[in-house]
Design a protein around this ligand. Structure first.
Ligand SMILES: Cc1cc2nc3c(=O)[nH]c(=O)nc-3n(C[C@H](O)[C@H](O)[C@H](O)COP(=O)(O)OP(=O)(O)OC[C@H]3O[C@@H](n4cnc5c(N)ncnc54)[C@H](O)[C@@H]3O)c2cc1C
Length: 492
């Protein structure tokens, strides 16, 4: 089949019987559901976009020769890796990075698992075959995946086996010749409006027998019987793109995933029971680096958007003369340049991993993933500081067209914008920094790649600071030596 168009995506979602619950009701058709359909449309647009620039967005499948999505590529050269980065940045720019989990995010994970499948094969040769087959299946059918890693937030002071019920967190209930039966829940899965779900090993398990039933990795169809997606309430207010420019387009949704005796055939399993392997899998296969490569592209697109938005606001209301406005704009600019530099460094310093997969350099991506959870909330704060009351005083389209339209045209004019241009601009700023959509984006960025506290801990323990300590120690030693020499000299 090869790369899909938007219509293919919509048709598949229409017919796939996913058990998706929203506001107390099972959703019959996600493509028509108020509050959900805008996100589906944007998702479909991404698939159309890949056909508008096929040379950049697609490549010839190594198996079939069909044109397939470039984010499924297992790169072997620097050029191939960079071409994936270019493709991902194009997709990210289409949604201004506001749909963080566009399909390329998990396509990169799947490609990494397949490319480094021999790591999985050390546990069981079937697991390596399964990862390669699942990747080829997703690539040839251009499937869209979501994923879920985290156990329910019940008692973080205890592991999954020590919760009030050991089946709160999804765990293996039975193992048969045909596969695994999973019972319990995981939170969260963003973009449940997708075809398949990767259920990755949950974050660091303890190497004990009691944690082994929680140690697994597999990918299954979202329409698998017993699999339920319980969505949070939509942040798309169901309004026009004029009133709600981001929320009406880019609602990707988040859902808690409930496994009610879900059967997972062995052919779909990548990892099982080996806690150490589950804990190492992202790093050993390079999946974490390839996913972070997508993340830094998203960060660039999002920061470019904020820079453009804030610059237009500054110009519209004539505040470009104030010094603190320069400082704030410089802050956004520096964030953007830092993200671009991290992407570039990760690509230029990429190297083949143990399995020959060209893998982006981890250090700059680790820096990016640790910094952005702090930087994005600050960028939104700047939008609020620059926009001030303008963020909450903008009329809706109904007002603009209503009985007060002449008043609105008069009183909403700005230094360099008529009311008709200024209102949509500040509504966009409101949707970025004030609306439910905007707040969810801030929360999302805070936790996008995990808990920032524990990510910082991983950075603390995972990077070699010895050369820098040696450098400073050597400098101190020189000072001590020269003081001793001076003392000796004065004593003579
Ligand atoms: C909008 C959004 C979308 C998401 N989408 C997805 C998705 O698609 N797929 C997915 O798998 N996950 C997703 N997540 C989940 C995300 O990975 C988690 O939010 C993140 O890993 C933090 O885990 P938690 O939310 O369970 O927080 P918790 O672990 O419950 O943490 C709560 C608080 O306790 C602190 N804390 C807890 N344990 C420790 C500890 N051991 N040491 C120090 N401090 C601790 C944390 O720092 C935090 O302040 C999403 C989250 C959000 C907010």
């Amino acid at each position: 089949m090869g790369a899909r168009h938007g219509n293919d995506v919509i048709e598949k979602l229409k017919t796939q019987p996913i058990e998706l619950w929203h506001r107390g009701q099972r959703v019959a058709d996600v493509t028509a559901e108020p509050g959900l359909s805008g996100g589906v449309r944007s998702l479909a647009e991404l698939y159309d976009l890949q056909w508008r620039a096929p040379e950049a967005m697609l490549f010839a499948s190594p198996d079939t020769g069909n044109l397939v999505g470039r984010s499924f590529m297992v790169p072997r050269t620097l050029d191939e890796l960079q071409s994936v980065g270019t493709m991902m940045l194009r997709w990210a720019r289409h949604t201004f990075g506001m749909m963080g989990r566009t399909p390329d995010y998990l396509n990169r994970a799947l490609a990494a698992f397949a490319g480094s499948a021999d790591f999985l094969g050390q546990l069981d040769p079937r697991f390596a075959d399964n990862a390669r087959r699942c990747h080829a299946h997703a690539r040839e059918n251009d499937l869209c995946l979501t994923h879920t890693l985290i156990n329910p937030q019940s008692n973080r002071n205890a592991g999954p086996a020590r919760q009030a019920d050991p089946f709160l967190a999804a765990r293996v209930k039975a193992e048969t010749d045909a596969g695994l039966v999973i019972q319990g829940a995981r939170m969260l899965a963003t973009l449940p409006i997708s075809d398949e779900i990767m259920v990755f090993p949950s974050t660091l398990l303890k190497a004990t027998e009691e944690d082994a039933p929680y140690a697994f990795g597999f990918a299954i169809s979202n329409a698998t019987p017993g699999l339920k997606f319980l969505c949070r309430e939509t942040v798309d207010y169901g309004r026009s793109v004029y009133d709600h420019p981001l929320g009406s387009r880019f609602e990707e949704l988040d859902a808690v995933v409930i496994f009610d005796e879900v059967f997972v055939p062995w052919e779909r399993v990548f990892l099982y029971r080996d806690v150490a392997a589950c804990n190492q899998a992202y790093a050993a296969t390079g999946a974490v680096a390839h996913m972070s490569h997508q993340v830094v592209c998203k960060n660039i697109a999002k920061t470019e958007f904020i820079l453009g938005l804030v610059s237009l606001m500054i110009s519209a209301i004539g505040i470009e003369g104030f010094q603190h406005i320069h400082e704030k704009t410089a802050e956004i600019w520096c964030t953007l340049e830092a993200m671009k530099a991290f992407k570039r460094a990760a690509e230029v310093d990429a190297a083949p991993n143990a399995y020959g997969v060209m893998t982006p350099a981890w250090d700059p991506l680790d820096a990016a993933r640790n910094m952005y959870p702090r930087l994005y909330p600050r960028l939104v704060e700047i939008v609020q500081q620059v926009g001030a009351s303008g963020l909450v005083s903008m009329p809706t389209l109904a007002d603009v067209r209503g009985p007060l339209k002449d008043d609105i045209a008069h009183y909403y004019q700005a230094a360099r914008a008529e009311a008709r241009d200024r209102i949509p601009l500040f509504r966009l700023a409101w949707d970025t920094a004030v609306s439910a959509f905007g707040s969810r984006q801030v929360l999302y960025e805070r936790f996008y790649f995990g808990d920032p506290v524990r990510m910082a801990g991983a950075l603390f323990h995972g990077h070699d600071r010895q050369p820098y300590m040696d450098m400073v120690r050597e400098f101190l030693q020189r000072g001590i030596a020269s003081a001793a020499e001076a003392e000796e000299g004065s004593g003579q």
